[in-house]
Design a protein around this ligand. Structure first.
Ligand SMILES: Cc1cc2nc3c(=O)[nH]c(=O)nc-3n(C[C@H](O)[C@H](O)[C@H](O)COP(=O)(O)OP(=O)(O)OC[C@H]3O[C@@H](n4cnc5c(N)ncnc54)[C@H](O)[C@@H]3O)c2cc1C
Ligand SMILES: NC(=O)c1ccc[n+]([C@@H]2O[C@H](COP(=O)([O-])OP(=O)(O)OC[C@H]3O[C@@H](n4cnc5c(N)ncnc54)[C@H](OP(=O)(O)O)[C@@H]3O)[C@@H](O)[C@H]2O)c1
Length: 246
């Protein structure tokens, strides 16, 4: 069995309609290291006594000058969802076991693309929020970063204010919120209509681009196929598919 860490529930609030921000610290107050982009698994027992596990991407960037002491996650609330229900009602201060951090969906030491193409739907933007300080560093070295986020409505675009502020301050960083069930207001040029694929299709990928795709598995597969057909080598496409009950 993978190593289990005892986590204490530190904070919980509504981040957007149907999405909880949940923070954990180690029960013994020790650091919780991770690479931005990695995910954790929460272990718990459901109301039928069955052991369950669910994966969540870490959403917070590690602090610049000190060891990371907490893991924040953005939890999409599925109607009737087992983990959704548990995380909504778990009392603050409770402990539960976690595994991780896991995964290779992170920036690597040798990454030196001409441009990062980052595409997310729903809570799939969490890893990009965790990576934002690393992405800022790439931008300051002259690399372009394009972030496309898909959501039904403006309210469901997670961390939008943060990304809009980054785009205002950093010329190399651009952000598009792709709305599927609400018309974008004319005075918010960062918002466009349609799925992320519609906006991605307007970006001609170069062989030196690096794409990271995260969220709805059908979206991830669709974008990966399109990028590959448009000439981006498969080694330059990293994916994190949020399969149900993963
Ligand atoms: C690597 C990885 C990282 C992940 N990171 C996150 C994350 O950061 N945030 C997050 O919210 N989730 C994430 N997920 C998905 C998460 O692990 C759970 O599967 C999801 O939250 C549903 O759990 P639940 O127990 O609430 O619902 P369940 O009890 O598992 O499902 C309830 C019902 O909802 C349906 N359902 C479940 N997920 C979806 C979906 N995405 N779309 C439509 N129907 C669905 C199920 O089929 C079922 O009918 C990740 C998954 C993986 C594999
Ligand atoms: N805010 C929430 O997270 C929330 C709140 C309440 C309930 N739920 C339920 O939770 C489940 C998951 O919701 P979610 O928001 O995490 O993810 P989601 O259903 O994957 O939707 C998020 C965004 O991804 C888009 N999308 C869906 N499939 C796509 C595809 N194949 N290619 C490109 N874009 C695609 C959706 O567009 P479309 O509009 O075109 O589908 C929407 O804009 C759903 O059943 C939902 O009803 C979620």
């Amino acid at each position: 069995m993978a190593n289990r860490l005892p986590l204490r529930l530190l904070d919980r609030r509504l981040l957007a309609p149907g999405v909880l921000h949940v923070s954990f610290e180690h029960r013994d107050g020790v650091p919780l290291p991770f690479k931005p982009g990695q995910f954790i698994q929460l272990f718990f027992t459901d109301t039928d006594g069955q052991e369950q596990r669910r994966s969540y991407s870490i959403a917070n960037p590690p602090p610049r000058d000190q060891p990371p002491m907490q893991w924040d996650v953005a939890v999409g609330l599925m109607p009737g969802g087992v983990a959704s229900g548990m995380l909504q009602t778990l009392p603050l201060g409770s402990t539960l076991d976690a595994g991780g951090p896991f995964g290779r969906f992170h920036l690597m030491q040798g990454d030196a693309p001409r441009r990062f193409l980052l595409v997310a739907t729903g809570t799939g933007v969490a890893p990009f929020h965790a990576m934002r300080l690393e992405l800022e560093r790439h931008c300051r070295n002259g690399t372009d970063v394009v972030l496309l986020c898909g959501a039904r409505t403006r309210d469901e675009l997670l961390y939008r204010d943060t990304f809009v502020a980054m785009a205002r301050e950093i010329p190399e960083f651009s952000y598009r919120g792709c709305l599927t069930r609400e018309a974008p207001p004319a005075d918010q040029p960062e918002l466009v209509s349609g799925r992320v694929q519609d906006t991605l299709a307007s970006l001609v990928p170069g062989r030196d681009d690096l794409a990271l795709l995260c969220g709805n598995p059908a979206m991830v597969d669709d974008c990966a196929t399109w990028l590959s057909q448009a000439g981006l080598p498969l080694r330059s496409i990293r994916r994190e598919r949020y399969i149900a009950s993963g």
